[in-house]
Design a protein around this ligand. Structure first.
Ligand SMILES: *Cc1c(COP(=O)(O)O)cnc(C)c1O
Length: 371
């Protein structure tokens, strides 16, 4: 029995009777650009994020790029972020005209270390961009406390964390609630995935919302009036309709992911060579990924491949060691926790539709490798 890393066809079969009529409705009206589904989804995602505004855009990458653009960054301005993330996090900082400043991660959660952020603040720091990696929120309370008194904005990269929450001062706070602007991705493999590209920004800052709406429409929310130069980064109406039809399933899917994670973690407790993911007790994780630290990771990877078991290494090269950022001067050993994580991390299949026998097969293959 081969187990894929992700089985979007299984999800499609389960929900197609909800999604296809929603698509057909858009097709019948031919309102492909900024149709009513877009504003409806914007309202729903804002509500889910305890934020005032949702602004759809073309991708998760643009959902980070546009708020960075809205900061009017100048050459030499710095944005502090994590090196242990998908490339878009730092690529957008560069493309918005600033310099990414990478700081190390916490070894347990893989998330940005607030103490390291604090040490990296300079007079040129304009923003902090944490990533809620694998579906577990970074320490937003600490990060807000670092940024707020300095006027440094926090932009949340919540591409992997839609619906994740964290207890702060005794209250549940969700991804997207505290940051200045938060970016989501609807890339098909994300927990809420479109059938193509898509993204969304949320914010409770009215002026920021207006600015972002401008930037996604060539700098002029009013047609043929351009207050500034923006770009075309709209969320497609068909994608919005698909996402609206999928959204009611999201909480259940996240719960199933958590159940699978608990099952893996219990079973793998008896394999000393692997360390299951650590959930910060303040967090409710949504397990976009279930990521182990494994001894002899590359050999384990080869074994899983031979056994027909899906797996992935997120991320094999930390961003401060990418050739495109060599000019920033980070060396091997500059950010040791991120580098160690890139040597040890391996993610297992965790999609909601997995069955117990499939989970057991994954577990057996890992046990078999270390036996
Ligand atoms: C997926 C992802 C993005 C980019 O999203 P796209 O929709 O693919 O552009 C950004 N950051 C992180 C952490 C991601 O996982």
């Amino acid at each position: 029995m081969n187990i894929p890393m992700l089985d979007l066809v299984a999800q499609y079969r389960a929900i197609k009777d909800d999604v296809l009529p929603a698509m057909m409705q858009v097709i019948e009206t031919q309102q492909f650009i900024m149709g009513p589904s877009v504003s409806q989804l914007e309202a729903e995602i804002a509500r889910l994020s305890h934020a005032k505004h949702g602004i759809g855009c073309a991708s998760g990458t643009d959902a980070l790029l546009l708020p960075l653009k809205a900061l009017n960054l100048k050459p030499g301005d710095e944005v502090i972020t994590t090196p242990f993330t998908f490339f878009a996090t730092a690529g957008t900082i560069h493309n918005a005209g600033a310099t990414p400043v990478f700081v190390d991660i916490q070894p347990d959660t893989f998330n940005i270390d607030p103490a390291a952020v604090k040490r990296a603040i300079t007079p040129r720091t304009r923003a902090i961009m944490p990533v809620h990696l694998y579906g577990q929120m970074a320490d937003m309370l600490e990060l807000m406390q670092i940024g707020r008194p300095l006027g440094v904005k926090v932009i949340e990269d919540a591409a992997q964390a839609i619906g994740a929450r964290r207890k702060m001062d005794g209250e549940w706070r969700v991804a997207g609630e505290l940051g200045w602007v938060t970016g989501y991705s609807f890339f098909p493999s994300k927990n809420l995935g479109a059938w193509g590209d898509g993204g969304m920004m949320v914010t409770s800052d009215d002026a920021a919302a207006d600015r972002l709406k401008n930037l996604r429409l060539h700098g002029g929310a009013k047609q043929y009036h351009h207050d500034e130069v923006g770009t075309n980064s709209r969320l497609d109406t068909l994608q919005a309709a698909i996402l609206l039809a999928k959204l009611p399933h999201l909480a259940q899917w996240s719960a199933q992911r958590r159940e699978h994670a608990a099952y893996y973690t219990q079973a793998l407790a008896e394999v000393p060579e692997v360390k299951p993911p650590v959930v910060d007790p303040a967090n409710e994780h949504i397990f976009h990924q279930y990521t182990l630290r494994a001894e002899r990771r590359d050999a384990l990877q080869a074994h899983l491949k031979k056994e027909g078991i899906g797996h992935a290494v997120y991320y094999p090269i930390p961003l401060h060691r990418q050739p495109c950022f060599a000019h920033l001067g980070y060396k091997d050993g500059s950010l040791p926790q991120a580098e160690q994580a890139s040597r040890e991390a391996i993610s297992l299949p965790i999609y909601p539709e997995l069955t117990r026998p499939q989970l057991d097969r994954v577990i057996d293959a890992i046990r078999g490798f270390y036996r």
